[in-house]
Design a protein around this ligand. Structure first.
Ligand SMILES: [Zn+2]
Length: 311
């Protein structure tokens, strides 16, 4: 049984893990050399080396990145870590590590982790959502990532918020468009919405605490957030009809989402008027592996147990 190394290349941290089946055998975390591509390659190679020394064995290597590798050019695209854009990250790492390396978007890694041995284990169709600093998504079908010819499958964060009403004033997104789901459902979007209505700048955890204490404005901000998430996920259910939607990222720590959002999304999911079938079978669940889902999913980019380990 080969060991699997997963590396999650984040904007501030590089996380590494070794898993032996589902068991974590080693882990490390180093700062990302921001802005320096050569140093980033070096840091990843050093992390792989250190993990292999800790476990005294060779392993497969999967990498999650905040972006994706363009299938037409082999270069990184859509990364919010700008120093990676346009770089041949995969071939550079393969040369350094002297083995094939698999690279995928971090939201896809999250989805494959939760679909493999997480909250959606055994489910056929899974939509994995990251609601944190940004909003990303990944789709797995029978445990395999559906990435698409453009490698953008699941990127619902840059669709417009569906069924908008008067409280959903569109805001400019960093992608250049107006009213993207990310501008409402990301942590910064949640804080900005509270500030716009209540006039107070709070971080997401503070807003949730205030609502728990009975603060009416914070409660209203949370309700707007829940209504928006319900509509945004209803449009996913209409297209993909997943068995499970798993939430990860900082905003996924808000417990009440798991009761309130499914209570709201039914009225937006397609049903002809008068239909008696009313119970939706899609489940909304929180990530079982929490913050380690991304790095575990990177390791699971090599799912085939029969594959030979390579050192
Ligand atoms: Zn956008």
């Amino acid at each position: 049984m080969p060991l699997r190394i997963g590396i999650d290349l984040g904007g501030t941290k590089i996380e590494g893990i070794v898993i032996d089946g589902s068991r974590e055998a080693a882990r490390l975390r180093v700062d990302t050399p921001r802005g320096d591509y050569g140093a980033t390659l070096g840091a990843i190679a050093a992390a792989v080396d250190a993990l292999e020394r800790q476990t005294a064995t060779g392993a497969t290597v999967g990498i999650g990145i905040p972006g994706t590798i363009s299938p037409s050019t082999g270069l990184v695209k859509n990364a919010n870590s700008a120093w990676l854009i346009g770089r041949p990250l995969q071939t550079d790492l393969e040369r350094r590590l002297e083995r094939p390396v698999r690279v995928a978007n971090d939201a896809n890694c999250f989805a494959i982790s939760e679909a493999t041995d997480g909250a959606a284990e055994g489910a056929d169709v899974v939509f994995g959502v990251i609601v944190g600093t940004g909003v990303g998504g990944g789709i797995t079908v029978k445990g395999r990532i559906i990435s698409g010819p453009n490698r953008i499958a699941g990127e619902w964060g840059h669709n417009p918020l569906p069924w908008p009403d008067s409280e959903d004033e569109p805001r400019l997104c960093y992608c250049g468009k107006q009213g993207c789901i990310e501008t409402f459902l990301s942590g910064p979007g949640f804080s900005a919405d509270h500030e716009a209505v209540a006039g107070v700048r709070l971080d997401p955890a503070e807003i949730v605490e205030a609502a728990d204490r009975g603060d009416a404005a914070a409660e209203q901000t949370l309700r707007r957030y829940e209504r928006r998430m319900a509509r945004a996920l209803a449009s996913i259910i209409n297209i993909l009809d997943p068995d499970v939607i798993v939430l990860g990222g900082g905003m996924s720590n808000i417990d009440r989402l798991y009761t309130n959002v499914p209570r709201l999304w039914g009225r937006f999911v397609f049903a002809a008027e008068g239909d008696v079938e009313s119970r939706l079978l899609t489940r909304l669940d929180s990530a079982r592996h929490g913050d380690t889902s991304g790095v575990r999913g990177a390791a699971w980019l090599w799912p085939d147990a029969a594959m030979e380990p390579q050192a």
